[in-house]
Design a protein around this ligand. Sequence first.
Ligand code: NAP
Length: 271
Amino acid sequence: MGAVLITGAGSGIGLATARLLAERGFRVYGGVRKSEDAKALRALGVVPLFLDVTQEESLVQARRLLEGEGLEGLVANAGIAVAGPLELIPPSVFRQVLEVNVLGAFATVRTFLPLLRKTRGRVVLMGSVSGLVALPLAGPYAASKFALEALADALRVELLPFGVRVVLVEPGPVATPIWERSERWAESYLEPPPSGTERVYGRYLEVARRAARASARRGLPPERVAEVVLKALQDPRPRARYLVAPRGWQTLLLRHLPEALRDRLLARFLA
Ligand SMILES: NC(=O)c1ccc[n+]([C@@H]2O[C@H](COP(=O)([O-])OP(=O)(O)OC[C@H]3O[C@@H](n4cnc5c(N)ncnc54)[C@H](OP(=O)(O)O)[C@@H]3O)[C@@H](O)[C@H]2O)c1
């Protein structure tokens, strides 16, 4: 089995994937930013690499360590989420989401491509159902995941001549720390509603909070997504996209509904 690097392997989907791949005999490198996460990975037989996807130097250093390792898989998983009405989200926060989820994934792939080209390896990008339908109160996050869909489509075709396959995994809600983190983070950045909007935005914030807590409680176990990442890495004929959502049909239905009808349905969810 070859070597695989997973970014954001300290928790949630990345951690579950690192654990599963290590169990299945892959040589796994897990990107982390905290020493306690590095320690936990070592205990699973995963080699931790300190890596921040927004810091090019950190990516290049990690590549130096992996040169000669025969990197066969890259799982660009690191990501962050924000929630709330767009008017209350400062542009700096929106920028940070794009910085990690889009440019971070792009920089990661770009840095490790020379190694993947040598092995005709595989790239797995961690998308989301939010890249298929943009729900209200998830604007910046959905924008980042829509961007990842575009990145995957372009990259998949560009890398065909090199035999490097690009696969996008699109999970629905998964029970990981991302929900609590995003709720905690929102407390620090959400701006007060402008005068006259308090009632509407107050309700929206309550809906966002309830939705996040429900996803944290009832979301898929991250191990389910890890299984799909394994499939995406191993399938002899990988699909371009793997939707991982029990009610994925709802997403696909919403995506294809006439917009006026979709807007009315979604507005009801906010009422
Ligand atoms: N949970 C869901 O419902 C869901 C659904 C669809 C898609 N996804 C996607 O799945 C991926 C993993 O999310 P998760 O749910 O497993 O959340 P998570 O437990 O919060 O994991 C996110 C990971 O990304 C890392 N990370 C954040 N910023 C980083 C940076 N600048 N450089 C390197 N690593 C960074 C975090 O490291 P630190 O701990 O050091 O911050 C953490 O290990 C994300 O791309 C997310 O958008 C999640």
